[in-house]
Write a protein that binds this ligand. Structure first.
Ligand code: PEP
Ligand code: MN
Length: 256
């Protein structure tokens, strides 16, 4: 099926140009967010990601800066021009998140939170919908319909790895999802190799594979000092290696 172009903040996903959505797992501080935003912007990323509200497996883990992170994301956008992708975790925060976000992310754990999806269908912002940890493609597509049926056609699907018996990496990246979702839906598809792999050395090969499979973009975690990142450091690329990564991705796209 022809892919719909989802436009957001002067950029787009699905319009032919491969999207690179990059930034920290979570917004940690103004300084580190702005440093990361500058680095990903200079390297050629097309969107800045960063969580204000974090869905953490343990309630004892850092839950994100919450509302305090939203003006920092707005400042990073102002400074770099990069549109912002950030997650709404709770239906009560949709309005505040949608005020700052150019694209509102729905995390894997919320893929079937139907009241959240319905609210986002009315929020006037594109939605990046991550596949649930154990969700089938049918379930992902039906979740997307909860948004589109409210009158918001701008949904981007995101494959981020699913749970299987394999324990050698964090999740199993299901790249077959890319061409199969594209057969069945007009929605653009991006791939998040960071959360699937759980290890930064796997991020580049899986990004190249995602591009080869026909994905419309990737979402990757980047931080100035990944070993001291507040969350997901082991799967996070360092700012200084990010430009090389983007260059090799663009090189592959140019020869494809
Ligand atoms: C994220 O992208 O910040 C995230 C928490 O990912 P997921 O919902 O896929 O686990
Ligand atoms: Mn993360």
């Amino acid at each position: 099926m022809d892919t719909r172009e989802v436009e957001a903040g002067g950029q787009s996903i699905g319009g032919g140009r491969f999207a690179v959505i990059a930034g920290p797992c979570t917004v940690e501080s103004r300084e580190s967010l702005l440093e990361t935003a500058d680095c990903v912007s200079e390297a050629g990323a097309t969107f800045l990601r960063g969580g204000a509200f974090k869905p953490r497996s343990s309630p004892r883990s850092f839950q994100g800066l919450g509302h305090a992170a939203l003006p920092l994301l707005a400042e990073a956008r102002e400074r770099t021009g990069l549109p912002v992708v950030t997650e709404a975790l709770d239906v009560r925060d949709v309005e505040a998140v949608a005020e700052v976000a150019d694209v509102v992310q729905v995390g894997a754990r919320n893929m079937q939170n139907y009241s959240l999806l319905t609210e986002l269908g009315r929020a006037g912002r594109p939605v990046l919908l991550k596949r649930g940890l154990s969700a089938s493609l049918d379930e992902l597509l039906m979740a997307a319909e909860y948004v589109t049926q409210e009158g918001n056609p701008d949904v981007v699907l995101c494959e981020r790895g699913i749970r299987t018996f394999e324990t050698a990496y964090r999740f199993t990246l299901d790249l077959l999802a890319v061409p199969v979702l594209k057969e069945r839906s007009e929605l653009p598809v991006v791939v998040d190799p960071s959360h699937a792999a759980g290890r930064r050395e796997l991020v580049e090969p899986m990004s190249l594979a995602a591009a080869a499979a026909g994905a419309d973009g990737v979402m990757v975690e980047v931080h100035p000092d990944p070993d001291n990142a507040v969350c997901d450091g082991p799967q996070t690329l360092a700012c200084e290696e990010f430009a090389g990564y983007v260059g090799r991705l663009q090189g592959m796209m140019a020869t494809a």
